[in-house]
Design a protein around this ligand. Structure first.
Ligand code: PRX
Length: 668
């Protein structure tokens, strides 16, 4: 692992923005946490009596079928257990709890399809549909503890599938619809899934893209004998191939299903879901989350970070295939009883004004998206006035959010001014798949904002910056971001790989009980505000999507007829934050000109097939070999400099073959 100072392929800011933005009165008036003093009081409460702090909220915010008597069990650290003798059901906490309250007939979801058509569903009707689907799953022999893969488009049905699994105690594993057949197969095998829930096609940007045929392809790759059932939501009229005895449509399995399904109580530690994410080795990690602790934080962060109110219309643009779409689409907004928008399409179709048009149309008050989306919409608005947000009435907005990658001050200021009308606080939320929910974020009614900083940890989150041995680093200097005390929604283990879990997140050199985030960070000398400087491991962040460099390298060298060796690094990119840059040694002489272009295309398509289009390298450079130390280790820091187009200033004395640097710098 390198130190924090080695990282930062994040885009460099041209704008130096020293302004501090105090919370707007609209946001602080009536807010749950309406001042820094209130924040400080909560933080102290959590620090002085952590068990009491969490227990109080778990009792208040969740409905338990069997109350817990234990709060945190640290006896087998770092395998922490929370509320572990309590029982509850996640779906009951998102749906049933609103029945008989004013939220019962409230709109739970406003669904806007790719083509602009809108469907709304109330909490009561959503409960009915989830119950029917849960009964259908039971009829298919799926039950508590079974793993179910969900490979669905952004639709109400996607959320229903997740909630229905939770209702019967099945553990879901959602795979993003942009992942390939191979990626799907690997996840099916690792999770030992019994069923796949999918759709015939997904609609994105006016295009009909296949999903079911990719499921078939993935299963055909082999090793997926555990799959007994494939359920197909017919999103479009498009044809698809049916495997008799295994495949059934939603309509078929829902036929005559009872509208009531008693939620299955599960232990608080029961795995609600597994979500695969990239790590620093080739194989994605199955991040396992609990039911009780996860849901508690999903609900509490809806209240604290978004200060969600009954009249709000909440819109998180993340896909359910990512953690943000789990916590802030499928669970958090429902647990909080909010009305939320779900969008099937993409921000640039039919034009780059789509988000702004939808905010106006649905009167969105809390809007949560990724910096990449904002940057691409800035670019579009700069070149075409007609898609500038000023063309829409965005006055319904109260709070803006950012997630997934650092937001550069230029994008922050534009978002604040042109979308938020200089009246909406931006909550720059730092967190990870492994965290379950927000860790470090401003509070909209309390925290003075500094563009580019995620500010301060939420109460109960003991975030700190340390050196390799776990020793605190003074404010003003960079180091590794850690969380020193467990919190309820943290990762429980890596599915099937507890050893990797310990090694990846709780390094022995730091004592084995401190959570290592894998990001570098620095705290401001005066304010103590956190700024994330980027990953300290071999993980890239491309358009807010997490990609392992080793994962892409493995994909490249799997093209055995062509590739001898490959090394992948990130370089800053104005639009996507980071871009993937691959250095490749072929099994044939180094190509140049048109031949190099053609082979690069072939390799890009290959990576798309192995992992998914999001993993396609932007640059591919061919060399006779790669820069290595005499002991054979690839010197990635040199490759990072070459990818960035920088002059090499690092020490190259240990390099076996210095001439290669020149060759790679010229190649493209
Ligand atoms: O590097 C950090 C970056 O995204 C990583 C986590 O990615 P993932 O697990 O896919 O979850 C993304 C959505 C929660 C982190 O290790 N990251 C996430 N949010 C921020 C961020 N970097 C800077 N600022 C953020 N607000």
């Amino acid at each position: 692992m390198s130190t924090a100072t080695n990282t930062a392929s994040t885009i460099e800011s041209v704008l130096v923005e020293n302004r501090v933005f105090p919370p707007d009165e609209r946001a602080s008036k009536g807010a749950r946490i309406s001042s820094m003093a209130a924040y400080e009081a909560l933080r102290k409460e959590a620090e002085t009596d952590p068990d009491g702090f969490w227990a109080k909220r778990a009792r208040e915010k969740l409905v338990w079928t069997k109350p817990f008597t234990r709060v945190l069990d640290e006896s087998n650290a770092p395998f922490y257990r929370w509320f572990d003798d309590g029982e509850l059901n996640a779906s009951a906490n998102c749906l049933d709890r609103h029945i008989g309250t004013p939220a019962e007939n409230k709109t739970a979801i406003i669904f806007e399809a790719d083509d602009g058509s809108v469907t709304q569903i109330s909490y009561k009707d959503l409960l009915t549909r989830v119950s029917q689907f849960a009964n259908a799953l039971k009829q298919e022999g799926i039950g508590k503890g079974d793993r179910v893969i969900i490979y669905m488009p952004m639709t109400i049905e996607g959320v229903i599938a997740m909630q229905a699994c939770a209702r019967i105690g099945a553990t879901h594993s959602v795979v993003f619809g942009g992942f390939s057949a191979k990626a799907l197969q690997e996840r099916i095998i690792d999770a030992g899934a019994v069923a796949v829930i999918t759709a015939n096609y997904q609609l994105r940007g006016g295009k009909e893209l296949p999903l079911k045929s990719i499921v078939d392809e993935g299963i055909a790759l082999g090793g997926c004998e555990s799959i007994k059932t494939v359920l197909v939501y017919e999103r479009t009229l498009g044809n698809w191939n049916r495997v008799e005895g295994r495949d059934k449509t939603f309509t078929e399995v829902l036929e005559g299903q009872n509208t009531h399904c008693e939620p299955t109580p599960v232990g608080a530690e029961h795995p609600l879901f597994i979500l695969y994410t990239s790590g620093s080795t080739g194989k994605p990690k199955g991040v396992q989350h609990s039911t009780g602790g996860y849901l508690l934080w999903a609900r509490m962060t809806m209240e604290w970070t978004f200060d969600i109110r009954p009249e709000d219309v909440f819109w998180c643009t993340a896909d359910i295939g990512w953690i943000t779409g789990h916590t802030y689409v499928a669970y958090g907004p429902l647990a909080a009883g909010a009305t939320q928008v779900i969008f099937e399409g993409i921000p640039t179709y039919p034009n780059a004004g789509r988000f702004w048009q939808m905010i106006e149309r649905h009167k969105v008050s809390v809007f949560y998206t990724a910096p990449t989306a904002i940057r691409s919409l800035i670019k579009a608005a700069d070149s075409d006035e007609k898609v500038h947000p000023k063309n829409w009435n965005l006055s319904s907005l109260r709070i803006l959010g950012s997630v997934g990658e650092p937001i550069n001050p230029e994008a922050w200021v534009w978002y604040h001014k042109n979308v938020g009308g200089e009246k909406c606080p931006i909550v720059d939320t730092f967190w990870q798949t492994e965290n379950g929910g927000h860790l470090i974020t401003p509070l909209p009614g309390a925290t003075p904002l500094v563009p580019g900083s995620c500010t301060l940890p939420l109460p109960g989150i003991a975030a700190a910056i340390v050196d390799e041995t776990g020793k605190d680093i003074p404010n003003g200097s960079g180091g590794m971001l850690v969380v020193k005390r467990p919190w309820p929604s943290m990762i429980r283990t890596i599915w099937n790989d507890p050893e990797r879990f310990k090694k990846a997140y709780f390094p022995a050199e730091m004592g084995g009980t401190i959570y290592l985030a894998g990001d570098g960070a620095v705290r401001d000398a005066k304010t103590g505000y956190f700024r994330i400087t980027g990953r300290i491991d071999d993980v890239l962040n491309v358009s807010g999507h997490r990609m392992g460099t080793m994962e892409i390298e493995s994909a490249l060298v799997a093209k055995t007829d062509m590739v001898a060796e490959a090394a992948v690094v990130g370089r800053p990119d104005e639009l996507t934050g980071e871009a993937i840059c691959a250095f490749v040694v072929l099994k044939r002489p180094r190509p140049t000109g048109d031949e190099a272009k053609a082979i690069a295309k072939e390799l890009r398509d290959w990576v798309a097939k192995e992992i998914g289009p999001i993993a396609k390298p932007k640059d591919i450079r061919f060399g006779d070999n790669l820069p290595k130390t005499r002991s054979g280790k690839i010197m990635r820091r040199l490759l990072r400099s070459i990818a960035k187009g920088e002059a090499i200033t690092q020490d190259t004395s240990t390099l076996e073959n210095p001439a290669i640097l020149e060759q790679l710098a010229q190649a493209n």
